[in-house]
Design a protein around this ligand. Structure first.
Ligand code: PMP
Length: 391
């Protein structure tokens, strides 16, 4: 039977990691992999996580099953950070733990499909796994262009997509720090998007994978809070893998707002059934560690300080690039206004190849760079190489 399977294309980023690892040049730069790096090029475990893990080891007295909803203490402790004051919207918002943001996206899309969504609209380019998940869940995907050439979000396009879509269709939006472009909607854009969703009845799914890496925990929540304040129903997919540095531990959450408390309960009975049939229960350890942090004011302060250090470093790298103006044919100034780990450079596959072969600079074939791969000691080399290759 297995002869019926066709080999799938290898993951391009994993191939890039291997190539980078095999490169013996000492001044090589990795802009491919999507993890935060310090100015020394490391991706350390957060100090707050270390403390919480220690406490977990010391105090955990059972590893008996929880349930498909996971650690509800974790789910609820996160809610004020995501939803602000009145996080439950009077009993109309709740959530459950998922294996990473990926699990949350998968659950949200499958649930939207089961609830009757016939089509899902996705701005592109997007995180490549969005398209794979949508395809695997079996929902028809319609793409639209997310950004304009000037490096800002294409508001007119998303509004016309939402207007035309209507109640039997869903739209998937990135909450902040868009992957891969770094291009977010402004607060005014979100207002207009929320109004369009209300008047068309299109179902919003908001994917929040980088809260706190843009301008701050509160600032990065403006979009989703604006939408939630106006709409009757929405799904929110949340990842803690970046803002708690828990990548391999796989922790995230799925939240929903429903029109009534009864509908919310029904929604989660369905979400629980889907989780049971997929992963049964999410991994406990990372969510328990985050719950411990969020219930302890001192550990929370340590975590927020660490997040601020990350955010300030990302902003400094972005400012340094923007201040450089242009490098060859590439205008770097929009990167200063963009957010999070990623940016797309307007380079060709030939430029990407030349940067790799001639300058030991590794980036995705799409021109996506992880700005956290740049440090104050390699950024000049990067700008010079970019100028040489594209000039
Ligand atoms: N959504 C987006 C936009 C992402 O970029 C990512 C991953 N980087 C995810 C969801 C999934 O995150 P996780 O690693 O928590 O599964």
């Amino acid at each position: 039977m297995l002869e019926n399977l066709a080999t799938q294309p290898p993951d391009a980023l994993l191939a890039l990691i291997k190539m980078h690892a095999a490169d013996t040049r000492t001044d090589k730069i990795d802009l491919g992999v999507g993890v935060y790096r310090t100015g020394q090029g490391d991706t350390p475990v957060f100090e707050a996580i270390k403390q919480a893990e220690q406490r977990l080891v010391d105090t955990q007295d059972s590893k008996a099953y929880l349930g498909p909803e996971g650690d509800m203490g974790f789910v609820e402790a996160l809610m004020p950070y995501i939803f602000g004051a009145n996080p439950t919207h009077g009993g109309r918002v709740t959530g459950m733990q998922t294996p990473g943001g990926t699990g949350a996206v998968r659950l949200a899309v499958a649930l939207a499909k089961n609830a009757g969504a016939e089509r899902l609209h996705l701005g592109v380019p997007s995180w490549p796994n969005h398209a794979q998940i949508l395809n695997d869940v079996g929902i028809e995907t319609v793409t639209f262009s997310h950004a304009r050439e000037d490096g800002t979000a294409d508001l007119e396009t998303v509004l016309s997509v939402i207007d035309a879509a209507g109640p039997k269709e869903a739209v998937l939006l990135h909450g902040s720090c868009h992957n891969p472009t770094g291009i977010d909607y402004t607060a005014d854009d979100w207002d207009a998007i929320a109004d369009a969703i209300v008047s068309a009845g299109t179902f919003p799914i908001i994917d929040v994978a980088y809260q706190g890496l843009g301008y701050g925990m509160e600032e990065d929540a403006v979009g989703l809070r604006t939408v939630l304040a106006k709409v009757e129903e929405a799904f929110i997919c949340y990842s803690c893998d970046k803002n708690f540095g828990m990548y391999r531990d796989r922790v995230g959450a799925f939240y929903a707002k429903a029109a009534t408390a009864d509908q919310l309960e029904t929604t989660f009975s369905n979400a629980n059934a889907l989780a049971r049939a997929s992963w049964s229960m999410p991994p406990d350890h990372p969510a328990a560690a985050i719950r411990i942090i969020l219930r302890d004011p001192e550990m929370t302060r340590v975590w927020l300080d660490e997040l601020e250090t990350m955010r300030e470093r990302l902003r400094l790298v972005r400012k340094t690039l923007a201040d450089a103006g242009t490098a060859g044919s590439v205008d770097l100034t929009p990167l200063g206004r963009q957010n999070g780990l990623f940016a797309i450079l307007p380079v060709t596959p030939e430029h990407v190849k030349a940067l790799r072969e001639d300058h030991a600079i590794y980036m995705a074939g799409s021109g996506r760079i992880n700005v956290a791969g740049l440090t104050m000691s390699n950024i000049e080399k990067f700008i010079d190489a970019l100028a040489k290759v594209t000039g």
